[in-house]
Each structure stands twice: as C-alpha cells, then as structure tokens.
Design a protein around this ligand. Structure first.
Ligand SMILES: [Zn+2]
Ligand SMILES: [Zn+2]
Length: 331
C-alpha cells in the first residue's frame, strides 16, 4: 500500500536569506560616533546630539541613500550607543517628558507639522522641542531599537514612556506604514489592502483559484509592541510556510525597517516556493483545490510529480499502487 513517508518530497530550496553585504565605508558615521561617545558622566548630554547626527542618513529627505542591507548594518552600528543616548535624552533630564507642555498640548491637526517642521532654534524651549523631535525621529526610523530600549528601562518609567509614544507617535507611525503598503505595487498574485481603523494590513496571495490570507495587525502602541500576525491558509503546507512566517516575524521584531519591506520579503519567498513547483500530472494544477498543497510526491522512475491526494485517489480507483504514467510501483 502507498505510504506517505516513502515518496520523495520537494527539495528544500535555498530560501531567501537577506544576505548582508554592506558597503563598510557607509558605516563610518555611527562607528566614528560610537568611538567618540563620551564615557565621562559630565559630558553625557552630548549623546542626544550625536544620536541626532547619526540618524540623519536614515531620513529619506537627505542626499544619503542606503539600500536595505546597508540600512540594517547601519542601524546595528547605531545600536551600540543608542540606549545611552536615549537615556541621556529621556531619563537624565530636569523635566518629565509627560509633563512637557509643548509635547502634550499640540493640537492633533498640527502634530505632524510640529514634529517635522517646527522651527526649533527660535523656541525658548529649545531643548524640550529638540528632545521631542529626536524622540519622534528615533521611534519612526529605529522602531526595533526603541522597542528594546523600552523593554530595558526602569519599570516605573515604562508606562510613562509608553504613554508618550502612544499619544504622540504611534498613530502617525501606523498611518505612515499603512500608506506605504497602500501605495506599493505587488504584482498579479498579491493584493494588499489596509484597514486604518484597526491598523490591519491584509495580504491575499492567489494562485490559480486558491487564496492564502496573511493579516498583520499593528498594535496601538506600535512600535513598542510587535505586530500580530495571522496566516489563515497556507498554500505551501508544513515547514516552509512556517519558516517564512517565522522569518517575517523576526524581521518585524528585529529590523528597523518598514512593514512594507517585510511583506515584500514574504512574497518573494512564497513566489519562489510556487515557481519551483511543477504541476500535478494527474489534475494538471499547481495548487490542489481542496488541500492547498503543492505536488510533493515524485515518482522515482519517471520523475513526474503528483498531489498526494490525487495519487491516493488514483491508487484507490486503479486498485494498485503504481505510477499512473510509467506504472512504476510506489510501495
Ligand atoms: Zn493533482
Ligand atoms: Zn512514474
């Protein structure tokens, strides 16, 4: 009788493993800063200024252009002094961030303009404004680093920090991530839509008549909490689909990149999984209509591939366990 463990399954192709080949010279800035970062307690106030300088190339409006791999390495280099700089900015100040009037009393409609364009030098509250702007930039451009910072700050400061972030940054940040996804093109197979009210990004990947749905939900205090993910149907069953999901999860958790880039990476993996697959020689489809599986069973003799369901039905109807094409025995 036909045994499922006997037939050869698809080889585990090389997955896309975001190879970090970065141009080292682009990293000079954060490395330089980390080397000159003051260890002397009396000069720690220089930290936020250095962080502000290091973040500059991450802003898209500047002439510095880093590709995705370079960004990852660049952000890693900033990590070495990020915590100290943010500590100096937020914890060692004579003012309480949640009490800074300028931060909490900006009309909602002007928040974006305030953080992005306010004329800092003209303000009598220069440092407070500088601090809120640098904090906002850090949250936007280094979400994973800010998440780690929040995890490691003293417990009594955690709710305050969370409130400041949720109140002043999360909404704009979520809106920004959703817009990026909304405006992107993913090609024929992947349709992505967003639900701003719930902060959800719903990606539907279609092969033939089969749909696979991935939902990413951004939490209210994003980026402090990690986005929740749900895959309701995996076209490629088993370990590979799980691996891609874990990879996406790790990306969303550790990388200081956009959600959009995570979805693109996930799509490239699924594309590869589907493209490497051949049609089932019995039903002529790639994805099985009921099981959503790819043709994983391969005949050792004629090398044709079949859905295990299709082959099982063939065995039943023909009353023997032989290949429908070459009659090779499967047992
Ligand atoms: Zn089939
Ligand atoms: Zn055969």
């Amino acid at each position: 009788m036909f045994k499922t463990e006997n037939p050869q399954v698809l080889d585990d192709d090389q997955e896309e493993t975001e190879i970090m080949v970065a141009n080292r010279s682009k990293l000079n800035l954060p490395v330089m800063i980390s080397k000159s970062y003051p260890s002397d307690h009396n000069h720690k106030h220089v930290g936020p200024l250095l962080l502000d300088l290091a973040i500059l190339p991450l802003e898209t409006t500047t002439e510095f252009v880093l590709n995705q791999e370079q960004r990852v390495v660049y952000c890693d280099a900033i990590d070495s002094f990020f915590k100290n700089a943010l500590n100096a900015l937020m914890l060692d100040q004579p003012f309480d961030f949640s009490q800074v009037p300028i931060v909490s009393k900006i009309p909602k409609s002007q928040e974006r303009e305030y953080y992005l364009k306010s004329d800092l030098t003209a303000s009598p509250l220069f440092f407070e404004k500088f601090a809120s702007r640098l904090l906002f930039k850090s949250i936007t451009l280094l979400p994973a680093a800010v998440r780690l910072f929040h995890k490691n700050i003293p417990n009594n400061f955690k709710p305050i920090f969370q409130e400041v972030v949720t109140k002043h940054a999360s909404k704009l940040l979520i809106e920004n991530e959703l817009n990026k996804v909304q405006n992107a093109e993913f090609g024929e197979r992947l349709k992505v839509r967003t639900v701003p009210v719930t902060g959800q990004i719903i990606s539907e990947y279609t092969v033939e008549d089969t749909k696979m749905k991935l939902t990413i939900e951004l939490p209210r205090d994003y980026p402090l909490s990690v986005p929740a993910m749900n895959l309701d149907k995996a076209i490629v069953k088993g370990d590979r689909a799980k691996k891609w999901l874990l990879q996406l999860n790790a990306y969303l958790f550790h990388q200081n990149g956009a959600i959009l880039e995570g979805i693109e990476m996930w799509k490239r993996n699924v594309d590869k999984g589907i493209e490497g697959a051949e049609d089932c020689t019995i039903c002529m489809m790639t994805v099985h209509q009921q099981t959503n599986q790819l043709p994983k069973v391969k005949c050792k003799q004629c090398k044709n591939r079949f859905h295990s369901n299709c082959l099982y039905k063939w065995f039943e109807s023909s009353n023997q366990s032989t290949c429908p094409l070459c009659r090779n025995n499967f047992t």
